[in-house]
Design a binder for this molecule. Sequence first.
Ligand SMILES: Nc1ncnc2c1ncn2[C@@H]1O[C@H](COP(=O)(O)OP(=O)(O)O)[C@@H](O)[C@H]1O
Ligand SMILES: [Mg+2]
Length: 380
Amino acid sequence: MGVSDPLYVGLMSGTSVDAIDCAMVRRHGDHVVIVATHEHTIPPHVKRQIAAISHSGADEIQRMGVLDRMLGLLFAEATMQLLHLARKRPVDISAIGSHGQTIRHHPPSAAASEETSFSLQIGDPNTIAEKTGITTIADFRRRDIAAGGEGAPLAPAFHAAAFSKAGVTRAIVNIGGIANASILDGKELLMGFDTGPGNTLLDHWIARHHGQSYDHDGQWSAAGQIHDALLQKLFAHSYFSKTGARSTGKEAFNLPWLDSQLAGLEPIAATDVQTTLMELTCISITNAIRNCPLQVAEVYICGGGSHNSYLMKRLAQHLAPATLANTSVVGMDPDWVEAVTFAWLASRTLEGLSGNSPIATGASGARILGGLYPGRDLST
Ligand SMILES: Nc1ncnc2c1ncn2[C@@H]1O[C@H](COP(=O)(O)OP(=O)(O)O)[C@@H](O)[C@H]1O
Ligand SMILES: [Mg+2]
């Protein structure tokens, strides 16, 4: 890898809405190396607007239009900050890959029909290209949906490129708001899917009861008991009986859904609910990996969930004898895998290469993903 290899920026703001993850990578063939990273703060008023637009309400189109522009400006600001930290200029960057903020995810597996399925990410890429001067690639999911796919997960192709090893069976699991897994059979991607909730229910439950944005190191989860009847009810969710290409979102796993499951049971201590939600995340990941038609030997975790030491401990117990570690063991800091994925996807698109894995999304074929928004000379 040399200085002449192209640089890309990946921007990711996930379902957790905790921050905008920004990664600058240098790409050499299919190999990427992180050059710089930056976690950009999302102002509280923007977080509130994202939460408000995530479900139907009055004046939705107006609010979406305004938020689309605000997020575009914020993504541009985040990129300029990253460039400043890395001492790079806009002309040094080949392209930005911007995931955008998901405000709706209605994939074919959850929609009434394939024709009415859609996934919507906002954060105006015109604004990003205009303000940074850098060619921006965005809207990665809708082409896959147009080709009959789920539009998600898109990480598996990158996981296979970055983390596969000949002769070894591995699972790469990203535990963000929602969790997704890629199953690697040697160098080949065997399967990829969302496993269900990652941190989203845990975050919302502790926010309701303790006003905290997340359960630090799983300390609250560790303090309670698993409520078996609740766990059984939660696992009756139709998502857990799906097989093959599948994806999900906050539309399926949210507090109103949890409340409706709690309503039919005797009152349960809030701490025990948190412990049970943790178990839901751990067992749904474990089951999804176990149900694969091959025995996975090594599991590597990325995303914010990798910092939850109690979750990692429970997951290791469930997954044994498979080994569990975070992705730093296989060469990438777990905090930046998703942002790097979108830098990698942008590079694929720019080179006219496909980005989706039909095995994971269910699309009818491999497609070049995203729309391209040309950069400009900032001096004019
Ligand atoms: N030290 C920690 N202990 C417990 N959970 C953590 C910790 N650090 C991060 N997290 C969890 O990770 C989440 C953010 O993960 P992230 O991968 O950014 O998700 P997303 O892609 O949905 O934005 C937080 O909301 C929180 O639930
Ligand atoms: Mg995040």
